[in-house]
Design a protein around this ligand. Structure first.
Ligand code: PLP
Length: 427
């Protein structure tokens, strides 16, 4: 196939394509996801199109992943150029683009070095390994004692065995026992509970190696961390020599209106992880740490695809674009606009909705505790109106549009939300 044919194939009108075979898909692909009956094949900016040619305003963005929206010209240009130069080489060799992305990340954060991988779960796996090594080597936890990582209830850290164990939601553990040893759960935003857990676990000598938290719990219901809580968490970690690991997979790289989620909390972690937004939709993950806990030595950790030239070119492109276009200002302004609009809408339905919460462009519309309708009902109605949203936890509808979203697109999403709610609540 010549390059010309490829281009015309990719942009062929979708109306000429055969109807999408949902049943065939369901037979061939493992049924691990609860999918909506919607097959997407094209995107541009904040909009995606299904196989029938219908457009949707995309406020899911691959779940907080497509930082620059879909098919952004700078990403198209970068990947097109990079694929023709070098797509993949092993980490047996130096990869200049990996160094360039790592340099940007350490220059712009509290971290001093970076390990690249492919996903959020993989980045968190690296953080868990680092914490265990820290526990054994720095805290003197004997080889036959399990170092413990304390995580929060309602957290989400991934689906590999260790990260799903770290995830403080029993529903994700069901059917997969035995879980990985060395995790303990405490309520989020409750410093007294954390202090008590550390005291209990360390009663017979040091056993706790780290505390691992999200700056804002995304999957758990768009639940922001409290400044005073994190001040105390930092203080407890310092007092007991524990690593403070922040999982910034969903909120890192600008989504909260700050480059890093921890900037909203007035503290610095020792270790943090990134994924989703860093590649703008191309798979990449990263584990970052301060030099004081950079304990990995040659041979300790590896990932075949981690930090390859192709993904790092995209990461460099996304980060540069954010910086050169002051995207953080847009995130803050559009976030305020969205929350104000959602609060006004919620005020129209006081019996059903209690308001909105979030930071920057990760926001939730909150259903009242006694509301009988579920977030999924609103998500489905919004989809019928042409707006893509995603539930978060049992009571929240999440709005995580691309960070390039415009004021007009926020207004459009609010108008579509109003129409959807009128259907759901029967006005
Ligand atoms: N950590 C957080 C906070 C997340 O929100 C997610 C995914 O939603 C993960 C980790 C897992 O990331 P991935 O699906 O890339 O493995």
């Amino acid at each position: 196939m010549s390059p010309d044919t490829l281009v015309s194939f990719a942009s062929a009108p979708s109306t000429e394509a055969p109807a999408f075979d949902y049943a065939g898909f369901d037979q061939d692909v493992m049924q691990t996801y609860g999918r909506f009956p919607l097959a997407l094949e094209r995107g541009l900016g904040c909009r995606v199109w299904d196989t029938e040619g219908r457009a949707y305003l995309d406020f899911v963005a691959g779940i907080a992943t497509c930082t620059l929206g879909h098919s952004h010209p700078v990403i198209v240009a970068a990947v097109t150029d990079q694929i023709q130069r070098l797509q993949h080489v092993s980490n047996l060799y130096y990869i200049p683009l990996q160094g360039e992305l790592a340099h940007w990340l350490v220059e712009h954060s509290c971290a001093d070095s970076v390990f690249f991988c492919n996903s959020g779960a993989e980045a968190n796996e690296g953080a868990i390994k680092l914490a265990r090594k820290y526990g054994h080597t720095r805290l003197g936890i004997a080889a036959d004692i399990d170092p413990v990582i304390i995580t929060a209830q309602a957290s989400f850290h991934g689906r590999t065995l260790a990260t799903v164990t770290a995830t403080g939601q029993p529903k994700y553990h069901k059917g997969f026992t035995p879980m990985v040893r060395g995790f303990h759960y405490v309520p989020y935003n409750d410093a007294a509970a954390l202090e008590a857990a550390i005291a209990q676990l360390n009663a017979n000598g040091p056993q706790v190696a780290a505390v691992m938290l999200e700056a804002l719990q995304g999957e758990g219901g768009v639940n922001p961390g409290q400044v005073e809580y994190f001040r105390q968490v930092r203080e407890l970690c310092d007092r007991h020599n524990l690593l403070l690991i922040l999982d910034e997979v969903q909120v890192g790289l600008g989504r909260t209106g700050q480059l890093w989620g921890y900037e909203n909390l007035g503290i610095e972690p020792d270790v943090f992880t990134l994924a989703k937004g860093l590649g703008g939709g191309i798979p990449i993950g990263a584990l970052l740490c301060k030099s004081s806990c950079n304990l990995f030595e040659k041979g300790d950790h590896a990932s075949t695809f981690g930090g390859n030239p192709f993904v790092c070119r995209v990461g460099v492109t996304v980060t540069k674009f954010m910086e050169q276009n002051d995207l953080l200002s847009n995130v803050r302004a559009r976030g305020e606009q969205l929350r104000a609009g959602l609060n006004a809408i919620a005020a129209q339905y006081p019996d059903h909705l209690s308001g909105s919460r979030g930071w920057g462009l990760i926001n939730g519309l909150i259903l009242r505790d006694d509301e009988l309708k579920a977030p999924i009902d609103i998500v489905k109605a919004a989809m019928d109106e042409g707006l893509l949203l995603v539930p978060a936890g049992a009571r929240v509808v999440r709005y995580v549009p691309p960070l390039i979203v415009s004021a007009a697109e926020i207004d459009e999403a609010l108008a579509l939300t109003e129409r959807a709610l009128a259907t759901v609540f029967g006005d």
